[in-house]
Design a protein around this ligand. Structure first.
Ligand code: 6R9
Length: 586
């Protein structure tokens, strides 16, 4: 891989890197020290406090915390001081609603100031913040609002009417819905309150709740292969790891312009689109529009972005739009580019060199890890195609489940195994909501098992192989085949269904459904379209299948479980593996 290795200088653009020598940084690192550097000797720790009052205390109050750019290129800035006052107002709203500490507050919002205000205000008040993907349809929203016992929801008028009004009756625990109006006129929907009006009346001082390291701060939903989505809880202590990695991996210095393109409906959009960068005093760019190559290059140039954190699907779309387009603008301020969420192929890394004169740096983590765990660091050589090395303070290995049920650490560099992390980093999830059994099952012999397959070379670089389960990653979004199957099953023509991810040159994987029709239904183009429409309405376009294939019968185990693995192998022309449990075989 030496031909694909990109060597780095110890500084870029006159800024000295937080991590210059990997071994030294690893050797010196301690989480206790990191906590002390962030929060001093205080026994309390509050994410919003670290994200707002701390930078303000360091003299950054007048700096731009976030700049929101809309479709017409209107730019709206919030300084740290302004964002703080608004977060205080929101915390006071929650207090006035009589919400107890620890109750969940959710948002279904696009990338706008209200999401920042509601998120930080919720954390300040000691409530649990849950940011839900605004492109979800009513079905996934209902499941998550129910599972999370969400008491307060902040959303826009149009999202409410389209997605929440119809499920409201099924959500008795949802006491308050605060509406962000898109137009000042007209009546609000029944049983909702006006966000702006409440904000204007709320006081602008609020002492952050005296939360402790172990108190739950964030609730993120992630996908399982069976059953309901998993509610992953992260504690206030996660801010320590989000801060440390924002420095060591993303290299965010105070005043630098940072653009994280992830949607706040997913973990990256909160850890590195909200909390981490604020704790570093960075100025965030928030684009309210959807992906568009010309728009993105204009943002990188005009906003003088210093550091850019994006995802492989976006990079592949930019590659497709052509290097010349990227070269049409100049990026003298850009000094570091990183990627997360899906495998970043070596071609994408080196395309960075062609288009921007610098490589993309891959990083690996999960909702459950709460912060980046494996990374290519700005000052270190980049091994194109590799996810990089373990972050200081993180012990990562590749392991194999041994015959006897235990674990074996794989030390040879060519063998595949599962990524395992030794608990002890502060952003490790504290539980799966109401599923302690599943939480316990994620650990074995003192390791957290990530469910991803990889190999680790002798220098400690991790190379991604695939997931150990059926979960689909499409355009960076984790999608549960089970959730898609459940929605499809509700269509009157569907008798059986199996959903898998199939390779897609842009999105990594695309959702494909195999459907067995009920007696009396004939396969036709019209029926296919009808089922597609049904899925999009319930699930939202980002989750619904892209492709539907009708099958006479689906492969099942003798116990009746549909074998997604076999469908996938057949789809990809791979060996079919062990078929001993396949129904109809002797
Ligand atoms: C942050 C985030 C986690 C899953 C993870 C893995 C995949 C993330 C990756 C990657 C290959 C990378 N993943 N980073 N695969 N290379 N650099 O994405 O969290 O939504 O929970 O997804 O994403 O499969 O297990 P989450």
């Amino acid at each position: 891989m030496t031909d694909r290795t990109v060597h780095k200088s110890p500084s870029a653009g006159g800024v000295s890197h937080y991590l210059t020598d990997y071994s030294v940084a690893r050797g010196q690192f301690s989480w206790q020290e990191a906590r002390r550097a962030l929060a001093g000797g205080e026994s309390r720790l509050n994410m919003a406090h670290e994200a707002l009052e701390r930078p303000i205390g360091l003299g950054l109050g007048d700096r731009v915390a976030a700049r929101f750019i809309d479709r017409n290129w209107n730019r709206a800035d919030l300084t740290y001081a302004q964002l703080h006052l608004r977060a205080c107002r929101f915390a006071n709203i929650l207090r006035s609603l009589g919400l107890g500490r620890g109750a969940a507050v959710a948002t279904v919002l696009g990338r706008g100031p209200e999401l920042f205000i509601a998120g930080l205000g919720t954390l300040k008040a000691g409530n649990v913040f849950c940011s839900l993907f605004s492109a979800f349809g009513p079905e996934p929203l209902q499941t998550r609002l129910q599972l999370g016992h969400v008491r307060v929801l902040v959303t826009t008028e149009s999202l409410y009417r389209r997605k929440v009004a119809g499920i409201r009756a099924a959500l008795p625990e949802l006491r308050h819905v605060l509406i962000v109006r898109e137009t000042p006129q007209g009546d609000l929907p029944a049983d909702t309150a006006d966000f702006a009006q409440l904000m204007s009346r709320a006081p602008e001082t609020y002492d952050s709740a005296p939360t402790r390291d172990e108190d739950v701060a964030l609730l993120h939903f992630t996908s399982g292969t069976t059953g309901k989505p998993k509610g992953v809880t992260l504690t206030h202590a996660a801010v320590i790891a989000q801060h440390v990695t924002s420095q060591l991996v993303l290299d965010l210095h105070p005043g630098e312009v940072f653009w994280c393109t992830a949607d706040p409906g997913w973990v990256t959009g909160i850890a590195y689109g909200l909390i981490g960068p604020l704790t570093c005093g960075a100025s965030m760019i928030v684009d309210r529009e959807e992906f568009d190559p010309q728009r993105w290059y204009r943002i990188l140039e005009e906003e003088r972005v210093n550091i850019w954190y994006t995802a492989p699907t976006a990079i592949r779309m930019l590659m497709k739009a052509g290097t010349a387009l990227a070269r049409g603008r100049k990026y003298p301020h850009l000094r570091h580019m990183a990627s997360v969420g899906e495998p970043l192929n070596a071609e994408a890394v080196t395309w960075g060199l062609e288009a921007f004169d610098m490589p993309f740096h891959d990083t690996w983590w999960q909702t459950e890890t709460g912060a980046i765990m494996i990374a290519n660091f700005p000052a270190c050589e980049v091994r194109a195609g590799s996810m990089g090395r373990a972050v200081p303070g993180v012990e990562a290995q590749v392991v194999r489940r041994a015959e006897g049920g235990g674990l074996e650490v794989i030390d040879s560099d060519d063998q595949a195994g599962e990524i395992a992390l030794k608990p002890g980093w502060p952003s490790m999830f504290s539980g799966y909501l109401e599923d302690p059994e599943r939480y316990r099952a994620s650990f074995l012999e003192g390791w957290y098992l990530a469910g991803d397959l990889a190999r680790r070379d002798r220098d400690g670089y991790f190379w991604f192989i695939g997931r150990a389960d059926d979960i689909i990653k499409s355009a960076g979004h984790l999608i549960s085949p089970f959730e898609v199957e459940s929605a499809l099953m509700r269509h009157p023509a569907v008798a059986q269904v199996a959903v898998i991810g199939v390779p897609d040159p842009i999105c990594g994987q695309a959702v494909k459904a195999f459907i067995e029709l009920r007696a009396g239904f004939e396969e036709s183009e019209e029926l296919r379209r009808n089922i597609m429409g049904h899925a999009r309405r319930l699930l939202g376009a980002a989750v619904a299948p892209r492709e539907i294939a009708f099958k006479e019968s689906l492969p099942r185990t003798r116990s009746g479980k549909i074998m997604r693995r076999l469908l996938r192998a057949r789809e990809l022309g791979l060996p079919e593996g062990d078929l001993s449990t396949l129904e109809g075989r002797e």
